[in-house]
Design a protein around this ligand. Structure first.
Ligand SMILES: [Mn+2]
Length: 324
């Protein structure tokens, strides 16, 4: 599915009718959920609509160039008082991933719930569902919606959408990359997307300490049976190099450069007593969501993850997860 006139029209009508609109980005927001939501916010603003944007976690430092990012709210106290007529989830495979269960409970009888997403696991939880697992990114889907309705794409909207496409395709290096994602990226450059700003913030954003920590993770790469290659990063590592979780974004994607790895696994301790496991693959016929689902996680065929309670312990032969 690519263009879907009926759902495009229904979503447009629901937005036209609503005066109070809530946009929801998924937790631990990335360039795509924020790019797509903020593109929508920039359009709603131009229409003179009242809008709010909710996300369970703060906008990462490196994405604080996206136009209107400062409108993202992290608590639902104010939001729960507003009689929204439309709620738009963008890039969330389910309501729990969006971190918006309580908000939805309160609003589902009054507001039209719109669900725009490209995760294959999305069950279609909205009243209106525009779900396309073949899309590179939610940002590509928002572009299609704008393009269908001949909505003017200004420089700010173009910058938001190109950010989403570039980050979800790993700079056109992973298998989400398609002819259409490249074509749309070209169009967005034509609309004035700030390419240098995007790459400065999303690619050229590593410090010496960050890369030293990457170096440690690379040094620990281990090849297991079945073509699984893994590495680990502990809380002690993060403290030693004084880097944040955010600085480690991208290491799992970087490991896609490995030859002959069937599955790449990055295990990272978080401060709350969990080990977060990021899974990647570049091989046809390997679906890492199957593994992630077994452990209560989720994601895409080629990029997924899950969490386990415990901490990482070094053993004479490698590492294991020990309950805390
Ligand atoms: Mn996405």
């Amino acid at each position: 599915m690519t263009e879907n006139p009926q759902i495009f029209k229904q979503i447009h009508q629901a937005i036209e009718k609503a005066n109070e609109i809530l946009l929801i980005a998924h937790q631990k927001p990335d360039g795509d959920t924020l790019g797509a939501n903020l593109a929508m916010a920039n359009w709603l603003k131009s229409l003179g609509k009242h809008f709010h944007i909710f996300c369970l976690h703060p906008v990462p430092q490196h994405l604080r160039y996206l136009p209107l990012w400062e409108h993202v709210q992290y608590t639902d106290t104010e939001i729960s008082r507003i009689p929204f007529e439309a709620v738009i989830f963008i890039d969330s495979s389910n309501v729990a991933y969006a971190g918006a269960g309580a908000i939805l409970e309160k609003l589902k009888n009054h507001a039209t719930i719109i669900n725009i997403d490209h995760h294959a696991s999305n069950p279609g939880f909205g009243d209106l569902n525009y779900v396309d697992p073949d899309a590179s990114s939610a940002s590509e889907m928002i572009y299609r919606f704008f393009n269908y309705h001949q909505i003017q794409i200004n420089r700010d909207i173009a910058t938001c959408l190109l950010t989403g496409i570039l980050t979800d395709t790993g700079g056109f290096s992973n298998l989400a990359t398609t002819q259409s994602s490249m074509k749309i990226a070209g169009k967005l450059l034509g609309y004035g997307a700030k390419f240098r700003t995007i790459t400065n913030h999303t690619v050229k954003n590593k410090t010496v300490n960050t890369l030293k920590l990457w170096g440690r993770a690379l040094d620990r790469l281990t090849r297991h049976a079945d073509g699984i290659v893994s590495t680990v990063i502990t809380q002690a590592d993060l403290q030693e190099y004084e880097v944040t979780d955010e600085d480690l974004e991208g290491i799992a994607n970087f490991l896609n450069a490995l030859q002959d790895a069937r599955i790449i696994m990055v295990l990272k301790e978080d401060p709350t007593g969990f080990v977060k496991v990021s899974l990647r693959t570049t091989q046809d016929g390997v679906d890492v969501t199957e593994l992630a689902n077994k452990f209560g996680g989720g994601g895409h065929q080629k990029a997924a993850g899950f969490s386990l309670p415990g901490k990482l312990i070094r053993t004479p032969t490698g590492w294991r997860i020990e309950a805390v």
